[in-house]
Design a protein around this ligand. Structure first.
Ligand SMILES: O=P(O)(O)OC[C@H]1O[C@H](OP(=O)(O)OP(=O)(O)O)[C@H](O)[C@@H]1O
Ligand SMILES: O=c1[nH]c(=O)c2nc[nH]c2[nH]1
Length: 193
């Protein structure tokens, strides 16, 4: 998606440790017009599929998923929580995920009320790096008996391999920008073509 690639080139910075910082528009300050355009791009890609629910993971996937939902008939958006809470009651599907930016393991929890065997799920997230967050969401869907119809990602770091492994396994992964290489010393960012 050209608009997203241009924003990354204009406002993104490359940090050591394979971190691309795009918090001016994607995952701290949020450009909702851009999010809307991203939702439209995923709707075009997944046009032939029936989507009954969007599933994401807190925190950074939530805003993007909510904007995308408008393009899928305002389907419900469910986000997996990364901490237990007195506000979480009843039976839950749980697993654990290693967080790329926080560098520690988190529980990942969805109430059984909000993920069902009849659901046809689109997974949405801001970043795809090693694929840990998506693996957690896929596991929750498997536990619920829900079908993963596709995966919509804003920025995939292709050189970390998580996305290509999922594609090899047959998942339909639509990443709107795939960073093939990035250099913290020069700041150069190259996209997959
Ligand atoms: O493919 P992976 O290696 O799993 O990396 C991608 C995940 O990393 C980030 O989550 P993180 O927990 O780091 O931060 P967040 O709380 O801002 O969502 C991002 O939001 C994705 O969920
Ligand atoms: O802001 C972010 N930058 C990244 O490079 C990244 N990788 C996973 N999650 C990420 N979030």
């Amino acid at each position: 998606m050209q608009e997203l690639e241009e924003r990354i080139q204009a406002e993104g910075t490359v940090k050591v440790g394979d971190v691309l910082k795009v918090d001016a528009f994607l995952n701290h300050q949020c450009d909702v017009r851009l999010f809307d355009h991203m939702g439209a791009a995923w709707a075009e890609h997944f046009a032939g599929k029936t989507i009954t629910k969007i599933l994401t993971i807190e925190a950074s996937g939530i805003g993007i998923a909510c904007c995308a939902a408008h393009h899928f008939g305002d389907v419900p958006v469910v986000f997996a929580k990364k901490a237990q809470s007195i506000n979480l009651d009843g039976d839950q599907y749980t697993t654990t995920v290693y967080s790329f930016t926080k560098q520690k393991e988190f529980p990942v929890i969805v109430s059984k009320k909000y993920l069902n065997p009849g659901d046809h799920v689109l997974l949405i997230d801001d970043f795809l790096a090693n694929g840990k967050a998506l693996r957690g969401l896929i596991e929750l869907c498997e536990k619920a008996g829900a079908t993963v119809e596709g995966i919509g990602i804003a920025v995939e770091k292709g050189f970390q391999g998580g996305g290509d492994k999922l594609r090899e396994e047959g998942y339909d992964v639509d990443s709107l920008a795939i960073v093939e290489s990035m250099d913290p010393e020069t700041g150069k960012i190259e996209f997959r073509r």
